[in-house]
Design a binder for this molecule. Structure first.
Ligand SMILES: Cc1ncc(COP(=O)(O)O)c(C=O)c1O
Length: 464
């Protein structure tokens, strides 16, 4: 913990690798990690830091702005600039989004697959002859037969492919491999709350770009890639390091990239150095075909496919393709930890991906999810509530007042998720996420309740 201003400044000087705002921000962040600074510590005035470290006051102020944007420090007129309290590295939005009441008669808040629509594991398990071997430490991290099967329908360049413990593990590994404090990244808004939690924990600068039915919108993306001209801090000129998107069955909106939109996005991103990170979490249960910007920007696209929704969350498996240098980082980082995903689980997945009965079961699940979604969306349209999006197990229902809608439905025993935790843009509200994929029947009855809840607490022009 901090002893004196002098000690702090010499500590920062030791950690300062380059005399720039970004260099100073990194030095402060290193100091936070190794205990030079702690939550609540006050930073000396800008002029003092500038004089003692031989930097200009503008550089110090830009470093402070960068740290403030990433949430590491905060400035309050009276107390000056202080180190923020730890964000807690919790999945804040995730917990908020899933903070559901398990006593719901009908819980459509979870976003999880219907267990009745997962393929039956027993046949594949019975057919397994290979058991765990002690040589696991020495073998290839991914079963070569599984790599072959994955490559058959991979939508991007699959020269470098690996398998990890689910899409969240993939995102975590990729983010830790390619992002640094204060980096600027673009995400879809709304998007998957745990991604926002992850990015926040890494203290990167997150810029939301709205999505429509075909994915990220082109003009707002172009503006976001160009950078916020109005900001004067150093971060404003920083290039975007990564663009995160869900190529199909976007959670929560159900958007899926069209080929035309994919081409437009690729064209825009081509003019930058940004890496594209695609999270195909619905995988084989998405109604749309697999799609990736990787066919157009092979050396810049990371593509993730999860098997949680299609084959079972407890398999905990996802595959990643990435450009060679990114793959090198990811696998190197992984070797420092668990090294590989259980080959027993990989064998089960391989069985499920090649066994004709399992393939049929997954295809039936895909059709059933599409049927359930269409029935609920259609019933809502009949009741005057328009739901956009076209794929996936969730629907994004516009409501007049989120808390009022969630409460009203809860009082009727129906669980849904408020939209706020999904927002990556300020002021974006007025939706609830409903996991239509869990609703096998009673579509009209549930649509009645949703339509009334959508109007709860608002639309004053109508109510007054
Ligand atoms: C968009 C998105 N990404 C990632 C995940 C997590 O996937 P996994 O279970 O493979 O970690 C989910 C799960 O709902 C998701 O919706």
């Amino acid at each position: 913990m901090l002893q004196s201003v002098k000690e702090l400044l010499s500590g920062l000087e030791e950690r300062l690798e380059e005399p720039t705002a970004r260099g100073l921000a990194r030095a402060v962040s290193r100091g936070l990690r190794d205990g030079l600074l702690g939550a609540g510590d006050r930073l000396p005035p800008i002029r003092t830091v500038a004089t003692e470290l031989g930097l200009s006051p503008t550089t110090v102020s830009a470093a402070w702005a960068l740290l403030a944007r990433s949430g590491a420090i905060s400035t309050d007129g009276r107390r000056g600039t202080t180190v923020a309290t730890e964000p807690g590295f919790g999945s804040v939005r995730y917990r908020r989004a899933l903070g559901h009441n398990s006593s719901f008669d009908l819980d459509l808040s979870t976003g999880v697959p219907d267990e009745n629509l997962l393929p039956d594991l027993s046949r594949v398990l019975r057919s397994m002859t290979v058991t765990a071997t002690p040589s696991s430490y020495l073998e290839d991290p991914v079963l070569p037969e599984l790599l072959d099967v994955l490559r058959r329908d991979w939508p991007a360049n699959a020269a470098h492919l690996t398998v990890v413990d689910g899409a969240m593990d993939a995102l975590d590994l990729i983010c830790r491999s390619v992002l640094r404090l204060g980096d600027r990244v673009i995400v879809e808004s709304p998007c998957f709350p745990p991604l926002l939690d992850l990015l926040e924990a890494l203290r990167v600068d997150v810029v939301g770009v709205p999505v429509d039915d075909e994915g990220l919108r082109v003009e707002p993306l172009a503006a976001a890639l160009a950078g916020p001209a109005s900001r004067s801090a150093v971060g404003s000129t920083a290039a975007t390091v990564a663009v995160f998107l869900q190529p199909r069955a976007q959670n929560p909106t159900g958007a899926s990239l069209s080929a035309g939109r994919a081409a437009e996005l690729a064209e825009l991103i081509r003019g930058t150095n940004a890496l594209i990170i695609e999270d195909d979490s619905a995988g084989a249960v998405a109604a749309s075909d697999a799609i990736s910007l990787g066919l157009l920007l092979a050396d810049r696209t990371v593509h993730i496919r999860s098997f949680s929704k299609s084959h079972g969350p407890d398999l905990r498996l996802a595959a990643i393709s990435a450009p060679p240098e990114v793959m090198h980082e990811i696998t190197g980082r992984r070797q420092l930890g668990q090294g590989w995903s259980s080959r027993l689980l990989q064998r089960i997945l391989l069985g499920l991906l090649t066994d004709p009965v399992s393939i049929r079961e997954v295809a039936e699940a895909r059709e059933e999810y599409a049927r359930r979604r269409a029935l609920l969306v259609g019933a809502l349209a009949d009741r005057g509530v328009t739901v956009n999006g076209r794929d996936g197990m969730n629907i994004w229902v516009p409501v007049a007042d989120e808390p009022a809608a969630v409460l009203r439905l809860a009082s009727q025993g129906i669980g849904v998720t408020a939209g706020a935790p999904f927002a990556a843009l300020p002021g974006q509200s007025g939706f609830i996420r409903v996991t239509a994929g869990l609703l096998a029947d009673r579509h009209a009855q549930v649509a009645d309740a949703l339509a009334v809840a959508a109007r709860a607490g608002g639309w004053p022009g109508v109510l007054r």
